[in-house]
Design a binder for this molecule. Structure first.
Ligand code: RIB
Length: 305
């Protein structure tokens, strides 16, 4: 079982020609409300792509909360343990999506802040049933720490997406099974411009925190996988027309974990995940853009023939 502990947000998405610069006002070309949140997105991706997924998180007792839970359960995620907090607003993310498909995101935390260590401790049995525990940084850091401790205690593989990376506590990295950052997050973690980071730097970083596996996502350029014994594997993405990159990294992460939970070899899991996120960027929104397992299989078939 894959246990996702994390955020659940309603994404308020504004289509703009370009992301506004500091101090700039721009006019939007359209507005949409879509289910999102890094935790929920990763749970939905993993479930749509064949994983057996349970989520721990919190929504408010409002209309958004019901819509967010429905999106999770429609994808096949077990939502029975998700906290529905009275007198609380569900979390929102305000997203500008530019014509290039790039985005900028601000999250209003609200309900996500009620994902507390005490709440997790009520569900310790889920950690003992989990093969993978998937974490990101949109819930309180103390909760992420507790989830890591419970995962270690019960032998679940920890998959950590260090996002948002701002103010990230590097002590969380010790003993992580899979660290999955993008280029910006990798650069922040290593304190170096991404273009100056060598494979040696990455291996030294992994060694210093006993990180077993690291996958650096590179957007349209695919990803690089690092393992102390297996070295580095680069996986390219097939070029696609990008409409919206929101949730593409979450699709990738959910796909990798779903594939690994079904015992796929890592190199096949990476191809599967790149293909899934490559499809997601051709559609608008986060969860609604994520492909099914069949769509990924069809796409892989197209490229093999
Ligand atoms: O990773 C994309 C997600 O980040 C969005 O869905 C938004 O909710 C923010 O959490």
């Amino acid at each position: 079982m894959i246990l996702v502990v994390g955020s659940i947000n309603m994404d308020i998405c504004l289509s703009v020609n370009d992301i506004p610069r500091p101090g700039e006002t721009v006019l939007s070309n359209g507005i949409a409300k879509n289910p999102g949140g890094k935790g929920a997105n990763q749970a939905v991706a993993a479930a749509k792509l064949g994983g057996d997924v349970t989520m721990l998180g919190c929504v408010g007792d409002d209309e958004h909360g019901s819509m967010l839970l429905k999106s999770l359960s429609d994808a096949g995620v077990d939502t029975q343990y998700i906290l529905k907090k009275d007198h609380c607003a569900s979390s929102s993310a305000f997203i500008c999506v530019a014509d290039s498909g790039e985005n900028s995101i601000v999250v209003d935390s609200s309900a996500n802040m009620f994902v507390s260590p005490e709440y997790l401790l009520q569900y310790e049995h889920l950690f003992s049933a989990a093969d993978y525990c998937v974490l990101q940084m949109e819930i309180p850091v103390e909760t992420v720490k507790t989830a890591i401790e419970l995962s270690k205690k019960h032998g679940a593989n920890i998959v950590l997406n260090p996002s948002p990376v701002n103010g990230f506590d590097k002590s969380l990295l010790h003993g992580v099974s899979y660290l999955i950052p993008n280029e910006t997050e990798t650069s922040d973690l290593l304190g170096k411009d991404f273009c100056n980071i060598s494979d040696c730097d990455l291996f030294a970083f992994m060694d210093s925190y006993s990180i077993e596996n690291m996958i650096v996502t590179l957007g349209k350029d695919g990803c690089r996988y690092y393992h102390m014994d297996h070295g580095c594997i680069c996986t390219k993405s097939a070029p696609k027309e990008t409409v919206d990159t929101t949730g593409a990294g979450d699709t990738f992460l959910g796909a990798v974990v779903a594939a690994l939970s079904k015992e796929l070899e890592i190199k096949d899991a990476l191809v599967f995940a790149n293909t899934a996120s490559g499809i997601a960027v051709t559609r608008r929104g986060a969860q609604q853009a994520m492909p099914t397992k069949q769509e990924v299989a069809d796409e892989l078939q197209k490229h093999s023939s």
